[in-house]
Design a protein around this ligand. Sequence first.
Ligand SMILES: Cc1cc2nc3c(=O)[nH]c(=O)nc-3n(C[C@H](O)[C@H](O)[C@H](O)COP(=O)(O)OP(=O)(O)OC[C@H]3O[C@@H](n4cnc5c(N)ncnc54)[C@H](O)[C@@H]3O)c2cc1C
Length: 343
Amino acid sequence: MNADLVVVGGGVIGLSCAWRAQRQGMQVLVLEARGPGEGTSRRAAGMLLPDVEGEHDADERAFGRRSYELYPAFAQEVEAASDLPTGYRGCRCYLVAHVPERAEALRRMEWGEFLLPAALKAQLPGIGQSAGARLGDAAQVEPRQLIAALAAALRKGGAAIETGLAVESVQAGPQGVEGLRMADGSLRQGRRYLFATGAWSGTLPYLQGRGVVTEPVRGEIVTLEDTGDEPLQDIIFGQGIYLAPKGGRRVYLGATEERAGFDERPTAEGCLNLLAGLKGLYPAALRFEVRETWAGLRPFRAGGPMIARIDGNAVVAAGHHRNGILLAPATAERALGLLGEIG
Ligand SMILES: Cc1cc2nc3c(=O)[nH]c(=O)nc-3n(C[C@H](O)[C@H](O)[C@H](O)COP(=O)(O)OP(=O)(O)OC[C@H]3O[C@@H](n4cnc5c(N)ncnc54)[C@H](O)[C@@H]3O)c2cc1C
């Protein structure tokens, strides 16, 4: 295959960029060491909260808001092209304060409505005696569905997605990338290259040499089944803990934040901390059924995501940490702009 664009990494970032590129008429090849989304993206909670997650300097916030605005059309186009759902839906999100200082911070927050304990309880009967705030903007996708839909849309459009084989090294010359050496010794080549290798970006010396270094930050999730008469519909967000109902009765309880290298195993301690936090967050959920647990590696990068041209014919999009699902459409938009400059 003589690809116009070779994408390394088939997570939400690589697939979204590949999909945009395909829509612009490029012949795309995606190289994914595992399977689509099986790095981190399929393990995410899928909340789209431009005003909550992350460190948020002004640029980051604007970028998050741009992506949030792009989402409805992005999800709709992917669904139409794949004939599969993405789980995109608008919802409400409540921020819950456990301590007076947090309540005070929520009272001053400009992008939500502050609620005293009685008012919060009137909207969320299962909550304890906490003050909170209701955010103006919140939506969700189901990451597993989004990944499946993106992969299907790409394949239907004629893209190739090669799975189960890692890019082992990058051959580069003065003009840029000349080829990718795969783990079995074979070579892949194309006109342009996009590296979307998430938490593993620092493991490729070529990327390391261009300042692309990400650190894996493990996040664990416990999935619950809502056994109540009226299943929870809204996201509830405490400090470092949240409940994200995924439609039907499935609810994700997340997420720990741990530096454990590339260890992707969930631990008893992680689950214990999440379940213990549930008591203060939303006591009604203590009656929910425990179903599954998993962990994923957030691609942390100091200074936020790097979306930049790194060579004559290569672009990187990596380091989205806690917000990669939210930031996928805006990342694809920006990455395609950079790839367009390559010509
Ligand atoms: C528990 C948890 C909850 C989260 N919740 C949310 C949320 O609610 N909202 C949100 O916006 N974000 C959330 N995130 C963050 C989000 O999941 C990530 O930011 C996002 O998935 C990163 O996407 P990516 O495509 O960069 O990385 P990945 O999904 O990891 O994709 C990178 C891919 O590159 C492949 N790869 C790496 N090196 C090579 C190589 N050499 N050759 C071939 N392939 C390679 C990997 O196998 C991997 O599949 C959460 C993360 C976790 C862990």
